[in-house]
Ligand binder design. Structure first.
Ligand code: SAM
Length: 195
């Protein structure tokens, strides 16, 4: 496994598991989306996976998040394949009109940032619907869900209900939890489009 900051413990948590699947699936030259770029760590992984011939759209509402992502990508020499979008991910279908291999959601608030700017169920579900439509066969949606902040458990339930309603002939859906961690540990909702 490619070494990433914070992943020395193997598939230690939901983010590490999301990245495990992204590495398995995303190839050079492909188009992918980070729906919540935050400090840019997932965007950087995606930019490395698609390489200079691919494209990563990175969405965030906060200029601070986009600036941190820009700096991280520039430092790694990966800025050329990234499109930083200062807009909510609920505008995904309007702003991305190409078939997509993977869409990454990391819900909640920006670590070290404004806790009032948090993902919310209405926008998250709108973006998930659009992501499912844009996804190529074999494509993945990864959603890391956090339940330790106000509104987090409700957002997780909304995402689980959305995922449960996806037609099984078209989508494989998984929810991965860690029974040996506190019940508030983040968990991963994984959606694979099979055709
Ligand atoms: C948990 S952080 C993402 C962390 C990021 N993946 C990383 O590696 O640093 C969640 C981010 O979602 C952003 N956000 C909240 N609502 C959003 C929306 N409607 N569209 C896009 N981003 C949103 C927040 O500003 C915050 O930066």
């Amino acid at each position: 496994m490619q070494a990433d900051k914070g992943e020395s413990g193997g598939i230690r948590g939901a983010v590490a598991m999301s990245r495990f699947f992204l590495r398995e699936r995303v190839r050079p030259g492909e188009r992918v989306v980070d729906a919540t770029c935050g400090n840019g760590h997932d965007t950087l992984l995606l930019a490395r996976l698609v390489g200079p011939t691919g494209k990563v759209w990175a969405f965030d509402l906060q200029e601070r998040a986009l600036a941190a992502t820009r700096e991280l990508l520039a430092g790694a020499g990966c800025l050329a394949q990234a499109i930083l979008v200062a807009a909510g991910h609920e505008r995904l279908a309007e702003l991305v009109q190409e078939p997509i291999r993977a869409v990454v959601f990391n819900l909640g608030y920006l670590p070290g940032g404004e806790k009032g700017v948090v993902t919310r169920p209405a926008e998250t579900l709108t973006a998930l619907d659009q992501a499912a439509d844009l996804l190529l066969p074999g494509g993945l949606i990864t959603v890391c869900v956090y339940t330790g902040h106000p509104g987090g458990p409700e957002e997780g339930e909304a995402v689980a209900k959305w995922a449960a309603a996806l037609p099984p002939a078209v989508f494989n859906v998984w929810i991965s939890r860690q029974p040996n961690r506190p019940p508030t540990a983040p968990y991963l909702v994984l959606v694979e489009k099979v055709r």
